[in-house]
Write a protein that binds this ligand. Structure first.
Ligand code: SF4
Length: 351
């Protein structure tokens, strides 16, 4: 059962409650380079990014985020702010959809109050994003290291600072590069409050290792109903973060894909270059236009393939120099290997 988190509106998207899990990423171009920022944003939107975070190290870069907002009015934008409350105020006045800031890092109480009041007046939510690498000295001293309990305490401390000024339009995240620590920290805050939670393993590494760590961490929590939005942090093109997040959500039945590719692991019976065939098919998926979601199988042999993939709506099974086309486990044709993918794609487009 899903944890019943408070609903928070970020631009046109609502997270929390029973709302769908929103997929986030963050641009990695310099925010001052507007052309690069725009191009990357376009790619991320096309990949399926629901909410996009952009760093705002200074006021002029905050103005570029505003320009971006004008060109992508339906894309909720989050300004990532560290330490400078004036940039937070500027972003709020420019119409940003959410800010990510840790109120304890922006100076005295009057500054926290100004940001909380401005955000409240503009209906701009605030994400408190706690990371293992940036914990307060006092909390670190208390726990000795960035433990799960320390991360959770820091998040609740920052939330308390905003609550003091009657601000509760809050999203929380407690991230660590240690998957288990991240899971435990999220469990603690999930018990202590009902704010929506942004999930992710931070500094998770390059594509391969990073996707595994995030899939385990995010998947473990989402499978138990905890979490409302996700970011798969990778040292890679941020488009990969979106692709990975979609696969995680799909594997949990929280995302619908146009084409779900089922392919066998290959074995000594494999009669066709299955790996190349599947890679080629994946490239063609964006161009396919079936009228409904489909399970498509690409299997390595004609002996077991159609049977092993009988749940698939449509599929192919490779023989020597040729392949069978099947639908729901029933063979409907035999084609030369060099045209089988074209046939498969044509048949998918007819469904
Ligand atoms: S479908 Fe055929 S080739 Fe693929 S794993 Fe099964 S037996 Fe092996």
């Amino acid at each position: 059962m899903r944890r019943n988190a408070k609903k928070v509106k970020i631009g046109d998207i609502i997270i929390g409650g029973e709302e769908k899990i929103a997929i986030q990423s963050m641009t990695n171009t310099p925010s001052g380079d507007y052309v690069a920022l725009y191009e990357q944003t376009k790619r991320l939107v096309n990949a399926g990014c629901d909410i996009l975070r952009v760093s705002a190290p200074d006021i002029s870069e905050a103005k570029n985020i505003y320009k971006l907002k004008c060109e992508f009015p339906n894309l909720p934008l989050v300004a990532d702010i560290h330490f400078d409350y004036k940039i937070a105020l500027e972003c709020i006045s420019l119409g940003i959809d959410k800010i990510r800031i840790n109120p304890g890092n922006i100076g005295d109480e009057d500054r926290v109050k100004q940001v909380a009041q401005a955000a409240k007046a503009a209906n701009v939510p605030i994400r408190i994003g706690v990371n293992g690498g940036s914990l307060e000295k006092e909390i670190l001293a208390k726990y000795g290291s960035p433990t799960a309990e320390a991360l959770a305490e820091s998040a609740m401390f920052h939330a308390g600072l905003l609550e003091k000024y009657d601000f509760d339009d809050i999203v929380l995240s407690v991230k660590s590069s240690d998957t288990i620590k991240m899971i435990k920290a999220v469990e603690i805050i999930a018990d202590k409050c009902n704010y929506p939670i942004h999930l992710g393993v931070t500094e998770a590494g390059t594509r391969y290792a990073g996707i595994v760590k995030n899939s385990v961490g995010i998947g473990a929590l989402l499978s138990r109903g905890i979490g409302d939005t996700v970011r798969v942090s990778l040292t890679a093109d941020p488009v990969e973060e979106i692709r990975a997040a979609r696969e995680i959500l799909f594997s949990l039945g929280m995302f619908e894909k146009k084409i779900n590719l089922i392919s066998c692991p290959t074995c000594g019976r494999t009669k066709i270059d299955l790996i190349t065939l599947c890679e080629e098919f994946e490239k063609r998926i964006p161009l396919l236009t079936p009228s409904r979601s489909l399970n498509v199988a690409i299997m390595g042999c004609v002996v077991n393939g159609p049977g092993e993939a009988k749940e698939a709506d449509i599929g192919i099974a490779g023989g020597v120099g040729e392949a069978l086309l099947f639908k729901k486990g029933t063979i409907v044709g035999k084609y030369k290997e060099d045209i089988i993918l074209d046939v498969l794609c044509d048949e998918i487009n007819k469904i």
